[in-house]
Design a protein around this ligand. Structure first.
Ligand SMILES: C[S@@+](CC[C@H](N)C(=O)[O-])C[C@H]1O[C@@H](n2cnc3c(N)ncnc32)[C@H](O)[C@@H]1O
Length: 232
């Protein structure tokens, strides 16, 4: 019996129509879907995005939803990632492929990478299917080009002291998880004297999408701020 493989499937930023044809094909055929949950009581966002695709299937697949909590404790995180890898391996061992659904693209700050590393260590094959990223989705919603000509795009996953030191080297900044450390973000960006356009998008391409000129103060997780500097 041949071994199953793990497939990291990017499901895009939220609108199910932004799922690629390849992702849709895999999700229509694969025997096991693995969807990350951030807490036992919170449904998986990635699973919700692909639900309409899965609704077209008969009861011919299994769903597993391991916990990937949003905590800082490294030891506890590693335990959760190890547990998720063991759950997935149970199916791979039986020759079943497992599709791990992840928001946006699997190569961009995705929980998929922690699983990928462990599954490769266990000597199973891993594939990735790219998805439309949240920040290209946000740029489309905002109706702006992210970068043109020789402009430099910087993706910032976390607002901390590093932002100030790299600010001068970039033209457009994608700031993720802006609900955390919002004050530091605002202070750092406002201190830069270049002309700037600031647009925040929350729940991009979803039914409850919101676009704000400037920064956002609320704590929504799916929150991205685009900052575009232009010369004086
Ligand atoms: C862990 S990262 C995942 C990034 C994802 N893999 C991608 O390719 O875009 C989560 C962050 O991505 C951004 N994000 C993801 N989906 C979003 C959406 N629909 N609207 C706005 N921001 C989103 C938010 O900044 C969120 O805090």
């Amino acid at each position: 019996m041949s071994k199953g493989k793990l497939i990291g499937v990017g499901v895009g930023p939220g609108d199910p129509e932004l799922l690629t044809i390849k992702a849709g094909k895999i999700l229509s055929e694969v025997p096991v879907i693995c969807a990350p949950r951030s807490a036992p009581e919170k449904p998986s966002i990635a699973l919700a995005i692909v639900q309409s695709t899965l609704n077209n299937r008969k009861n011919d697949y299994k769903t597993i939803e391991p916990l990937f909590p949003m905590i800082e404790d490294k030891t506890s995180l590693e335990e959760h990632w190890d547990h998720a890898a063991e759950l997935v391996t149970l199916h791979l061992k039986k020759g079943l492929d497992v599709a791990f659904v992840t928001l946006g693209d699997p190569s961009i700050y995705s929980t998929f990478s922690y699983l990928q590393k462990r599954i490769l260590e266990k000597e199973y094959d891993v594939e990735m299917v790219p998805g439309i990223t949240s920040f290209t989705g946000c740029a489309s919603t905002a109706g702006i080009p992210l970068v043109e000509k020789d402009e430099i795009l910087v993706i910032v996953p976390k607002v901390d002291h590093r932002l100030k030191s790299i600010l001068n080297d970039g033209d457009t900044f994608v700031i993720m998880k802006t609900s955390r450390h919002g004050d530091l973000l605002e202070k750092t960006i406002e201190a830069d004297t270049r002309n700037k356009e600031i647009i925040s998008v929350q729940n991009c391409t979803m039914n409850n999408e919101e676009v704000v000129q400037g920064f956002v103060k609320n704590k929504k997780y799916l929150s991205t701020t685009l900052v575009k500097f232009s010369p004086d």
